[in-house]
Design a protein around this ligand. Structure first.
Ligand code: BTN
Length: 269
């Protein structure tokens, strides 16, 4: 079912083999698929182990949070999904994955990316701090039954190089090569992200949440003191971010109260 893995990705997996634990074992690659999350879920249903990885050069039905389409042109991004069976890690898994992607990009390329709640990986604009462009995103999808959560598929999409994105995406997206002005080794980035995931998930499964939360907070300056807007029952609300709580919910100060946002769309103003 798998096609041959491109050499750059193969080398990246080999070089990170001692640090990524079971993340990336086995690995399945497609030149094109619908969605790596769907493929990883199908593999999980067929018994694939914790850490099994699906990669694609292109996705025809890539999806993001809140039912959005994730534009996935051929060769322009890293489109990856991992099967996670350590379900005790689930409550903070998306935040942990954001940390792994952000730190993976930082250590493989030196680019100072940040996180925007809950797990958008963004490149801040040094000159206009309010302006930021999205580099990557994380989508965690669980499969549950009568006996609880069976597994989670953790997908991440990372823009590697400029591509003919639809105008609404192009206006707010960026890529590693556009930011750095040089070729980026996708295998090295993948290896670092998987190594970070290994560290994060192992920690969470052992009940050690504090370090993940601490690192997330350090990588997400806009979770504190930024003006945001969100909607409750079609009513727009505004406030100032006041950090995340230990469950990963965003706290927002509005008219003397603290609101807790657990999901949904928040717009930074
Ligand atoms: C978001 O920011 O909304 C999350 C985007 C997640 C996209 C990735 S690409 C690989 C995996 N397969 C998908 O269909 N989605 C995720």
């Amino acid at each position: 079912m798998s096609e041959p893995l491109p050499a750059e990705l193969q080398v990246g997996l080999e070089r990170s083999a001692t640090r990524r634990g079971r993340f990336g074992e086995p690995v399945v690659f497609f030149t094109e698929t619908t969605s790596t999350n769907d493929m990883a879920a199908a593999l999980a249903e067929a018994g694939a182990p914790d850490g099994a990885l699906v990669l694609a050069a292109a996705q025809t039905c890539g999806r993001g949070r809140l039912g959005r389409h994730w534009s996935s042109p051929s060769g322009a991004g890293l489109y990856a999904s991992v099967v996670i069976r350590q379900v005790s890690a689930a409550p903070l898994l998306t935040l942990a994955a954001g940390v792994a992607v952000a730190d993976g990009v930082r250590s493989a390329t030196g680019l100072s990316v940040c996180i925007k709640w809950p797990n958008d990986i963004i490149v801040p604009d040094e000159v206009m701090p309010g302006r930021r462009r999205k580099l990557a995103g994380v989508l965690a999808e669980g499969s549950a039954g009568a006996r609880g959560l069976h597994y989670v598929v953790l997908g991440f999409g990372l823009n590697l190089r400029p591509a003919p994105y639809p105008p609404e995406v192009a206006a707010r997206a960026t890529s590693l090569e556009a930011e750095l002005g040089r070729h980026v080794d996708a295998g090295a980035v993948l290896g670092e992200i998987l190594s970070g995931l290994n560290e994060q998930v192992t920690r969470l499964a052992a009940g050690q949440h504090a370090l993940t939360l601490q690192r997330w907070r350090a990588l997400a300056p806009s979770a504190n003191g930024a003006r945001v807007e969100w909607t409750v029952h079609f009513r727009p609300l505004r406030g100032i971010t006041a950090g995340i709580d230990d469950d990963g919910a965003l706290r927002v100060r509005t008219e003397g109260r603290i609101e807790r946002i657990v999901a949904g769309e928040v717009t930074w103003l």
